[in-house]
Design a protein around this ligand. Structure first.
Ligand SMILES: O=C(O)c1ccccc1NCC(=O)[C@H](O)[C@H](O)COP(=O)(O)O
Length: 286
């Protein structure tokens, strides 16, 4: 045909292709053996699921995983004046149970330095490394920078990789948040042993379409088996109002992952009470 240059079919494919290049460059600088060693010297991982369960019980609304995200492919720059530590501290002070730190540089303007500085800033909330994982190297690297949990995306990883990565997370004491978007992905994940935390993304990572009824629809179909297995569910993306939060809560989620609606506000910490319609109690509160 003459034109045989490969072109990504969608943004997720673009991100994954870019990630292949990035990870191979990082591995050349710091081989797996060395990053495994660094992960062994990190302070122990904190209990991500325990923090979510306690916050859900404490507040009677889904536990908040507040996302520290400067930019995204669908929305561009969300916040010009971006200080990850200030934002993380404000989220914690206002009742976030856990934090999600974007580490992808190219598409989200995040970094592993952000993860590390938040971890070293005195913030106590468990931290999710929000990364596009394609290689076990990234899991050890995240742990070495202080991550307590890591995202594994079903649309990116075949079952065999998912199972292997889950075992590595367990060995490191980390939680894996397994993200699905549709019924096919959810069914694949529900067949894997040892899954404890599933995120239902309301955003298609291929088309960017956000629809909160996705969480409800998947919970209606598979809520029983999810409950039977004792899996905790996180509702992800597109949550802007107390009604949105109540809607996914009634669908059966115990936690929500929220980025845009908080980070775009002048005062992201105070925006939490606006999102839930009430102030959230912090860890240690009665
Ligand atoms: O947000 C994007 O544009 C995006 C594009 C491609 C892959 C992932 C993407 N976002 C990751 C997320 O799912 C969200 O950051 C997260 O769920 C929070 O969503 P929101 O509250 O809508 O910012």
């Amino acid at each position: 045909s003459g034109d045989d240059k490969a072109v990504p079919r969608n943004i997720l494919e673009q991100i994954v292709w870019d990630k292949e290049v990035e990870v191979s460059q990082r591995k050349a600088k710091k081989p797996l053996k060395s990053v495994v060693e660094s992960s062994e010297h990190a302070p122990p991982a904190r209990d991500f699921i325990g923090a979510l369960t306690a916050a859900h019980r404490r507040n009677g609304v889904p536990a908040l995983i507040a996302e520290v995200k400067k930019a995204s492919p669908s929305r561009g720059v969300l916040r010009e004046n971006f200080n990850p530590v200030e934002i993380a501290q404000a989220y914690e002070k206002n009742g976030a149970a856990c934090l999600s730190i974007l580490t992808d540089e190219k598409h989200f303007q995040g970094s592993f330095e952000n993860l590390e500085t938040v971890r070293n800033s005195g913030v106590q909330c468990p931290l999710l490394c929000k990364e596009f994982v394609i290689d076990i190297w990234q899991i050890y690297y995240a742990r070495s920078k202080g991550a307590d949990a890591i995202l594994l995306i079903a649309a990116v990883l075949p079952d065999l990789d998912m199972k292997y990565m889950l075992r590595i997370c367990k060995n490191l004491g980390m939680t894996a948040l397994i993200e699905v978007h549709d019924e096919k992905e959810l069914d694949r994940v529900l067949r894997i042993d040892g899954v404890e935390l599933i995120g239902i993304n309301n955003r298609s990572l291929e088309t960017f379409v956000v629809d909160t009824s996705n969480t409800r629809m998947l919970m209606e179909k598979r809520g029983d088996i999810i409950k039977e297995k004792g899996i905790l569910v996180v509702g992800e993306s597109g949550l802007f109002t107390p009604d949105d939060v109540a809607y996914v809560h009634s669908a059966g989620v115990s936690a929500v992952l929220v980025g845009e609606s908080l980070i775009k506000e002048e005062d992201p910490g105070r925006a939490i009470a606006g999102l839930f319609g009430k102030e959230l109690l912090k860890v240690g509160a009665l």
